[in-house]
Design a protein around this ligand. Structure first.
Ligand SMILES: Nc1ncnc2c1ncn2[C@@H]1O[C@H](COP(=O)(O)OP(=O)(O)OP(=O)(O)O)[C@@H](O)[C@H]1O
Ligand SMILES: [Mg+2]
Length: 404
């Protein structure tokens, strides 16, 4: 892969998506993408290694054909209930005698913020600086070059269960791709859909996928809370299939077409569905559908709301809610979300790129596109490179090199 070419790999519950992008004259441009059904993942966790490998291979092959790039490494999205976030603070004395903050001090203070109690079966995936404080002056975005003796940082730390993480990476490796780093998916989706102003004022992002709903809250320009709840669009399809006694395929079709069904005041529409055995048809209507879909959608939105209320300071202003992921395309969802969150709601479609491909201008591609955007923006800073391994193994590597 040429210098400046980036690849994002989103292994979802319903589909795997590979995006290849490269730096163009006006910013990042998409060169190609590939998509394949994903059958080996459930709610962000690998349940079938072989199926997952196959899905990655199929999506990668398509992306390679379209872009003409041979994909060697990719930034890999991770999600699932095992991923958790916490905010922490690090403090160091500025090392230099002139008392001027240098890049090395920034690295040291971010490392200091990583000293938290992480159980041995978990590992830190991100330590993202939210702001720095120099000699008591907070809210500093980049302290390098500033005068001061005491440097502090507030970071957003994301941890994941090592075994779940290593299963995802195992599949990636078996598909012939090296991991260039892992990114918690809501951070990626946010990079693709949120405007800098929104991240500054305060915004809640929900990426409603097939098996998970990823949450990210931004304020002051950075993430202060990220999490995942294990419900998504698939459960809704199941509900419709059970309620209307029809196949999952037909239930999904009805869901995509009518969404929450008839919302207050709208005319009731009738449609026909096939029985489960496919032998007979019967009439169903949007009122029936509404009675099935609305409670489940409200339940999901309220679960997300409760998580945010529990974990985000009360005085924080969430000026807006942005919905993305395939589930955000559910007709009628915006109105329900507006009521639940009592805030303006918009659907987040991947943007923030110089050049994209029309076929990718849908919410379900926010994560894959966001992976390359996130990696580029932070130059994988704060992303524990899975290829380089933990700090300890890297240290061992350096020591070994010294002796050779
Ligand atoms: N027009 C639509 N209306 C309603 N739902 C839709 C629509 N289009 C897609 N979906 C739903 O979006 C879901 C898939 O979304 P997405 O592709 O973002 O999930 P994923 O990334 O594979 O899964 P996850 O992020 O949970 O691991 C499916 O449940 C699908 O039915
Ligand atoms: Mg997804």
């Amino acid at each position: 892969m040429k210098q400046g070419t980036l690849c994002g790999l989103d292994i979802g519950t319903t589909k795997t998506c590979v995006v290849v992008a490269a730096e163009g004259p006006n910013g990042l441009e998409i060169l190609g993408f590939g998509e394949a059904p994903s059958l080996g993942m459930r709610r962000g966790v690998v349940v079938d290694l072989e199926q997952t490998v196959k899905s990655i291979e199929a999506a990668t092959e398509k992306a390679e054909r379209m872009s003409g790039v041979h994909i060697e490494e990719a930034i890999v999205g991770i999600t699932g209930e095992h991923v958790r976030s916490v905010n922490n603070r690090g403090v160091v004395s500025v090392a230099n005698d002139d008392r001027e903050v240098e890049a090395i001090d920034v690295e040291r203070v971010v490392d200091a913020s990583k000293i938290i109690n992480v159980p041995s079966d978990r590992q830190i995936v991100h330590a993202l600086p939210r702001f720095f404080t120099v000699d008591g002056q907070d809210g500093i975005v980049d302290p390098v070059g500033m005068a001061g003796g005491r440097l502090e940082v507030d970071t957003h730390i994301v941890t994941a269960a090592s075994s779940f993480l290593s299963n995802v990476l195992k599949c990636v490796h078996r598909a012939g791709i090296e991991s260039a780093g892992v990114v918690f998916e809501p951070l990626a989706s946010a990079a693709a859909t949120l405007l800098p102003e929104e991240q500054h004022v305060g915004v809640l992002l929900l990426d409603i996928g097939g098996g998970t709903t990823d949450i990210a809250v931004f304020t002051g320009g950075s993430a202060i809370y990220t999490a995942t709840i294990p419900v998504g669009g698939q459960i809704l399809t199941n509900d419709i299939s059970l309620g209307l006694k029809t196949s999952l395929a037909q239930a999904q079709e009805v869901k995509h077409r009518f969404g929450v069904g008839d919302v207050a005041g709208g005319a009731v529409r009738t449609f026909s569905v096939q029985s489960l055995d496919g032998r007979s048809q019967r009439d169903a209507n949007t009122q029936e559908l509404n009675a099935i879909v609305v409670p489940r959608v409200l339940e999901t939105l309220r679960m997300a709301r409760a998580k945010v209320l529990e974990n985000v300071p009360r005085d924080l202003v969430v000026g807006e809610v942005v919905l993305t992921g395939g589930g955000a395309s559910l007709p009628g969802l915006e109105a329900l979300a507006e009521k639940t969150f009592d805030a303006p709601v918009r659907i987040g479609v991947p943007a923030n790129l110089a050049g994209t491909i029309d076929a990718l201008a849908f919410p379900q591609y926010a994560t894959a596109i966001g992976l390359v955007l996130f990696a580029r923006k932070s130059e994988l800073a704060g992303v524990e490179s899975a290829r380089n391994g933990s700090l300890m193994t890297r240290l061992r590597g350096w020591l070994a090199a010294l002796w050779n």
